[in-house]
Design a binder for this molecule. Sequence first.
Ligand code: AHR
Length: 662
Amino acid sequence: INTEDTAARNKTAPNLYGLFFEDINHSGDGGIYAELIRNRAFQGSGVKLLNSGSTPYPYGTQEADIPYGPNLDAWRAIGDVRLSIDLLNPLSDALPAVLRVDVGSSATGEVGFMNEGYWGMDVRPQKYAASFYVKPWEQYYSGALSAFKLSLRSNLTDDVWTTTEIPITGKLDTFDYTKLEATLAPEVAAPSINNSFAITMDAAEVKGQTFYFSLVSLFPPTFKDRPNGIRKDLAEALKGLDPKFLRFPGGNNLEGFSIQTRWKWNETIGDLRYRKGRVGQWEYFNTNGLGLLEYFDFCEDMEMQPLLTVYAGYTLAPNGRNPASTVPREHIQPFIDEVLDELEYILGDARTPMGALRASHGRAEPYKLELVEIGNEDQFSGGSYNWRFPMYYEQLKAKYPDITFIATAGPDITPKMEIPAGEMWDPHYYQTPQFYKNNFGLYDNFGVSSYQNVTIFVGEYSVLSVDSSSGSVQWSGPGRIVYPTLDAAIGEAIFGIGMERNPNTVKLSSYAPLFQNYNSYQWTPDLISFSADPNQTTLSASYYQQKLFSHHRGTETLPITPLSGTFNPLWWAAQHDGGRDVIYVKLVNAANSAVPLTLEFDRAITGVNGTILTHDVRNGFNYITNQTAISPRALELDEVEAGASEWAWEVPKASIVVLEFS
Ligand code: AHR
């Protein structure tokens, strides 16, 4: 390992490790978006489509109908009431369906309704912010209602974990909705997540009356205490990766099922009352509560660079539902204008029309945005990207010359996409461990062709299936893995070393997909699995691989000349960390036996410590019941001999190792 010839070093890519997020697998609604109420505005929420039976991932074989609303998913009646959907008393044009509650004329006791949350509700001693809109039907309204009672209660027992009242003084408005708010503060933790949030009234005061409700919301404390913010424990799990950027909002979910249902930035901003949500591309309704500003705020709170993907006139509608479609060239300009407006909303000062709109939404100061990706996976677009990309690029670059634009197709389409010098290309890989071994050197010679001045953002990659005799990735069937295995992490680590060795080419990378809600998912494997119960959040083998590499990224690569041997079954790379003046040596042993290793340095070393990720079972994975089976362990290493410049060891079988030499 050459540590002394500083001229032979390359600067590492400081932002190599980042995140890609889209609302898939209920990772937004029911995931990082901290809202606890499922189907809060009666638009439907999607059901558990794909996690039953033995085939976890029938991509391409989804059930025929998508259960979008309006409906009463997740809601149940309490006492003598009838719940129904009403379309005649909309909360807004955006939220036309409301809950109609008819109280029986001889009702007694408690009457109302409750919501079971995203397959459970975590109740613990902390503050919950509740709000809802209500309007009585004037014709039957007596005005006797003295209070709404809000509670968090068990679904299994009579336990009520906390209750609070919203007193009604005078009469509720019967012309327009009234927004009511309260805080719930349980003093105990419920023993399980089998709980609901209830809004009830005293039947003696409201029998025979009718009320309309909408936008019923309940938030626990959020990451950095943002209103309408991000689920704390999941944000912290992400923070554990020390991510440098966040690519959002898709992925296929940017593109939508159809051009019309694409992710429209301007429908994700402003008061929730006016966000109508959309049919998400991943088979469930998206509330858009997690909108453009929420993403940008999250980036700031996490100290990650935003990497915004913008809709570019192409919708890849998978699963044979809709044909993939490109906006015809003669209709494309309004779509480009839509992106220009979006960028002005983010970057314009408050004197610009869109900047003023942003300021009216509470954020006067423009955000920082340096990375914009034009479209998603446009290599599938049958060549239309060849004319769309230049049209978008020309207009966006002219207005925002400092932004680096990322093309989603490149030499992988016919005719080959030309990407302007200085910009980036985002290829995606869902592959086998063997693919990543075979492609370890993929980027070694990149940049000798006309792509010389184009750098790489590996925006989506992961091991998706086990190796097969044909060498192909298995999108369906038992070969598709459900949770990231050690073998998967080994494949990704090998590719990771390949990326790290080419810091002048590969600048950014992100594993995909990021999250899986155990209760409703469309894609496996995923980096982090979770449910409403924070105790079930499981960080996968792949998560720990990412974490290990991202926390030891070093500032400069160090040249290594093999004394003997070649890559496979051992892969390696070394970096110098200028800040700490230590050397990181990353090793991956893909073999089923230990590999002897001798390292020679051109200077004396004074100490070594290390971390290993391994497991006895190569296709083992972390799960709710064995969350840390595959997780980093500190290595017990012999002390370095004084003055030594050589160090010998055996790299354990099937392992990912980071050594740190001082
Ligand atoms: O990560 C899941 C999907 O894979 C993404 O939405 C899409 O970009 C890719 O095909």
